[in-house]
Design a protein around this ligand. Structure first.
Ligand code: UDX
Length: 430
């Protein structure tokens, strides 16, 4: 099929590359000239395992192209995916201005029947909004359909998630469009749910908010474990064996970050409010998540009495492993609080340091974990990168001014750390 993807962020770029790899002709559009120039040369603009190889091979095979000309992409394609950013406004509402302007531009270039798809995460009712905008701005009397096909990919495993999704959700206005989508996705051989547009839009927010709820729930239980002298890892394991609960997303720690969960939970609360519903459960989920860093830094402060002039080494900056993304990363919150209390901060991350330099100018960035540990009064684990599990802890201890570890992701076994001579603090464990 001929496909146009508007927006080359995480969702857009991965979607475009994967569709081309499935044998479709794909044109990716973005207004950012520098980004398009890079992508045309086969250079990925984000770090994502497997992306580079797939990008380059599909450009070579001439199934994948990039342009800044939206009209060109629309004209060549039968299905147009809107994958532009949907950031959060100050009041928690989703900012739809990029979706709206994409819809207006599509309308201006509509010369024959097309299927327009919202893949960006958008609140319920956005399908209707896009339809109205196109209807109002189209120059020719042509028909079109609007579909909701939310994306569930996770950063760090985006290609894999796109190729083997747990489910494909397709919100359609009629049977004819449903059949085109069944055909488009049939090579993946994954479960597909055909539903109406509004339901598909809600499925995305409900899923992300439910996962965020799981995280805040286990974090609240972790606090109880800590006070009551229990072990959250065993508690989560014991709960997770119940197939109705499941072990995934029950890792206690500094809370959820990233470009999706914080924004999506706020947005769902806001959408509910618009319909006159107070979603107190999700308000609590947000509140629990917001308190994680404060209580973590509070514990560090309590240990040292004063943080002024203490050197703190940070391991991990990205909002989670296998990505260079720093959006809503807990590292930023923790570091800003430590700096405000007068601490000197050194940090190391395997891939996210380049972007971190711009956001955290007062931090000293290090070449390795050992470098970050050098002279540190405490080492803080913020992102659970695999390489931190494989560290030579004897060497780490020798580098440090004081062998104290605050583990924000429960990466290590407390007993082993203590045997190695560390003063070791983790989340929800004795
Ligand atoms: C998420 C959804 O998983 C994905 O389906 C959706 O399309 C986009 O949002 P992503 O933001 O890439 O994906 O990250 P995810 O792996 O879900 O983790 C989100 C946050 O939750 C991270 O900050 C992570 O550290 C945190 N988390 C996750 C926990 O604190 N505990 C857990 O048990 C799991």
């Amino acid at each position: 099929m001929n496909i146009c993807v508007i927006g080359t962020g995480y969702v857009g770029l991965v979607t475009g590359v994967v569709f081309s790899d499935l044998g479709n002709e794909v044109v990716c559009v973005d207004s950012d000239k520098a980004k398009i120039a890079k992508l045309k040369r086969g250079i990925p603009t984000i770090y994502e395992p497997g992306l580079k190889e797939m990008l380059q091979s599909n450009i070579e095979d001439q199934r994948l192209s990039f342009t800044t000309n939206l009209g060109e992409g629309v004209n060549k394609s039968e299905i147009i995916f809107i994958c532009v950013g949907t950031p959060q406004k100050n009041n928690g509402e989703t900012n739809l201005s990029f979706v709206e302007s994409a819809a207006r531009e599509i309308a201006g270039n509509l010369r024959e029947y097309k299927i327009i798809v919202n893949k960006s995460t958008v609140p319920v009712g956005t399908g209707d909004l896009v339809r109205e905008i196109i209807e109002k701005n189209k120059k020719y009397q042509v028909d079109f359909d609007v579909v909701s096909n939310p994306e569930f990919l996770r950063e760090g495993s985006a290609i894999k998630d796109c190729l083997t999704p747990d489910r494909i959700v397709i919100g359609v206005p009629n049977k004819k469009v449903a059949n085109r989508f069944l055909e488009l996705y049939s090579p993946l051989e994954r479960p597909m749910l055909i539903t109406d547009v509004n339901s598909a839009e809600i499925i995305k927010y409900a899923s992300n908010s439910f996962l965020a709820t799981k995280i805040s729930f286990i974090n609240a239980i972790a606090d109880l474990c800590e006070t009551a002298g229990a072990n959250i890892t065993d508690v989560a394991k014991g709960m997770g064996y119940d197939s109705r609960i499941g072990r995934e997303f029950l890792n206690a720690g500094l809370g959820y970050g990233g470009s999706c969960f914080p924004k999506d939970v706020h947005s769902l609360v806001h959408t509910a409010q618009k319909f006159g519903i107070k979603f107190s459960l999700l308000e609590n989920v947000i509140q629990i998540n917001d308190q994680r860093v404060d209580s973590f830094v509070g514990r560090i402060e309590k240990r040292f009495k004063k943080l002024k002039d203490k050197t703190i080494g940070i391991l991990g900056l990205a909002f989670k492993p296998d990505t260079d993304d720093l959006r809503e990363a807990k590292s930023i919150e923790v570091i800003k609080k430590l700096l405000a209390k007068g601490a000197r901060v050194k940090a190391y991350d395997p891939v996210a340091m380049e972007s971190a330099r711009k956001i955290l100018p007062k931090v000293e960035f290090c070449k390795s974990s050992y470098d970050a540990a050098k002279g540190a009064h405490a080492l803080i684990i913020i992102t659970e990168w695999r390489e931190f599990k494989l560290l030579n802890l004897e060497r780490i201890k020798n580098e440090m001014a004081c062998p104290v570890i605050f583990d924000g992701r429960n990466m290590y076994d407390p007993e082993r750390k203590r045997r190695l001579g560390f003063e070791y603090y983790s989340i929800g464990r004795k």
